[in-house]
Design a protein around this ligand. Structure first.
Ligand SMILES: Nc1nc2c(ncn2[C@@H]2O[C@H](COP(=O)(O)OP(=O)(O)OP(=O)(O)O)[C@@H](O)[C@H]2O)c(=O)[nH]1
Ligand SMILES: [Mg+2]
Length: 459
């Protein structure tokens, strides 16, 4: 994981393009640059070169830029070769570089190895390294901006200032540990409880922000579920703005899940239209329905769609039964949005009049769709503002959750009648460890390998 050999990889996407960039990083690239260009390159200058094969034949005319470590992305010496962007050509340039760098041990980089080196050389912390990957994978403009903010260190700075405050509190507490009789007095004089309360408050705010950041990064898996013919596929088409799924008046039209991604106010929403839920003896339909349940079990949000056009008693009883089944199948904390479709069939009802929190829409006319979009964002806890938003991952949320629970425990050990400064301090330490894992301080090695191996090669 921490090999010191020089590494090389194509940094640009595969395929044909105007240029393709190859990046080389190593503790000392002087000899490799010398072998490639027969001269010493001045740092941070564009140098036009013709790269030649061992027999002198030209491979490409390229621009080389040399960054002397530590003032480079990885913190090591870095050579960037801007070649023409053909896959075969880049392969040839790579091959020639590997030949010329053989004596220095030049090898092909592993996925994420450039970013890993940047992290290990303290150029960026772990949350920033992750933000690079997130910036590249961003699915919306808002996600790009969020990732850029994380990369600039906005998220890391918040985490670090929280760690700093916990450290201060720990220093205070631990310096009093040897004087147990002064515990209560200490807590009062040092305002330890108030300070802890403030830290918890800040952590909650940070967690709320990270929750938004996770939505921005990953989007929301929105499952359209309900009985056959209620208009699930019509709603998918309406939200997507095109005819993605087949719509017919025949109950049981949709079999396979139909997926389409949209964005609502910059938030990526991955919509999954499913087979209508009912008892059936049709083998194909039954398989489709099993897939509907699978989708519901993995959802971030389920829209339970009903048909206003068939409001009979049997239908209502069936809908209630179905809703109970869906709620049972949901993953923890997954909200269900009850929506009634075909409001156009009920002229006497106004489209935004809702009955016990049930939203009325018409997939056919588009009535109520804007309100539904708002409701979708609200239901998953999207705060509405992208200003200052960062991107975050499940890993970050888990660390923040664990840190919060340690801080809450430490609060218990500072409560009257249950005071234990030792346990108070210990919980503070555990909370601090969790926060440190976000930026990469105190991270187990195997976890580090796992995180970076998910990056693509050349990153
Ligand atoms: N009047 C009216 N008809 C609608 C509306 N939405 C859907 N329909 C009709 O209802 C029928 C069923 O629509 P679909 O979208 O195929 O319903 P579904 O829930 O996907 O059905 P399955 O795939 O069979 O589960 C079609 O004839 C649609 O044209 C609506 O808002 N108003
Ligand atoms: Mg359908």
């Amino acid at each position: 994981m921490t090999r010191k050999l020089p590494i090389i990889a194509v940094a640009t996407a595969p395929g044909k393009a105007g240029i393709g960039v190859i990046r080389i990083s190593g503790p000392q690239l002087g000899p490799i640059a010398q072998a490639l260009f027969q001269k010493t390159l001045a740092p941070r200058q564009a140098n036009l070169f013709t790269l030649r094969d061992s027999d002198g034949a030209a491979i490409d005319q390229l621009i080389a830029i040399y960054f002397a470590g530590p003032a480079s992305f990885t913190g090591e010496d870095v050579l960037e070769l801007q070649c023409h962007g053909g896959p075969q050509l880049l392969e040839l340039v790579m091959k020639r570089c590997l030949e010329l760098g053989k004596d220095q041990g030049l090898v092909i980089a592993e996925p994420g190895e450039f970013s890993l080196r940047a992290y290990l050389n303290d150029k960026i912390d772990l949350a920033q390294a992750e933000a690079i990957a997130d910036l590249i994978d961003a699915q919306s403009e808002a996600a790009v901006r969020g990732a850029a903010r994380s990369l600039q260190g906005v998220f890391s700075n918040d985490i670090n200032s929280l760690i700093e405050e916990i450290t201060q509190l720990r220093i205070l507490v631990e310096s009093t540990l040897d004087f147990p009789e002064e515990e209560i007095e200490f807590l009062q004089n040092a305002h330890a409880r108030e300070r802890l309360k403030t830290v918890i408050h800040q952590l909650h705010a940070l967690r709320d922000g990270a929750k938004q950041g996770k939505i921005l990064r990953d989007g929301i898996q929105l499952v359209l579920a309900g009985a056959p013919n209620v208009g699930k596929s019509s709603l998918l088409n309406r939200l997507a703005g095109e005819e993605v799924a087949i719509v017919t008046p025949i109950a049981g039209t949709t079999r396979d899940r139909v997926k389409e991604s949209i964005t609502i106010h910059g938030v990526p929403i991955h919509i999954i239209d499913t087979a209508g839920l009912r008892d059936t003896s049709d083998l194909v339909e039954a398989k489709g329905i099993e897939r509907s349940w699978e989708a519901i079990r993995a959802a971030d949000l389920v829209i339970f769609l009903q048909d206003l056009g068939s409001p009979g008693e049997i239908e209502s009883a069936n809908a209630l039964e179905l809703k109970t089944q869906i709620v049972k199948a949901l993953p923890p904390k997954c909200p269900v949005l009850e929506v009634s479709n075909k409001s156009d069939l009920l002229m006497e009802l106004s489209a935004n009049q809702s009955d016990e929190g049930v939203l009325l829409i018409s997939a056919k006319t588009g009535d109520g769709i804007e309100a539904l979009k708002q409701k979708i964002l609200e239901s998953v806890g999207w705060g509405g503002s992208q200003e200052g938003a960062i991107v975050a991952r499940r890993r970050h949320l888990d660390c923040l959750d664990r840190a919060a629970s340690h801080l809450e425990k430490s609060q218990q050990f500072a409560a009257d009648g249950n005071i234990s400064l030792e346990l108070f301090a210990e919980e503070l330490r555990l909370a601090q460890d969790q926060l440190g894992q976000i930026t990469g301080k105190l991270l187990p090695d195997d976890l580090l390998g796992k995180i970076f191996s998910q990056f693509c090669i050349g990153k």
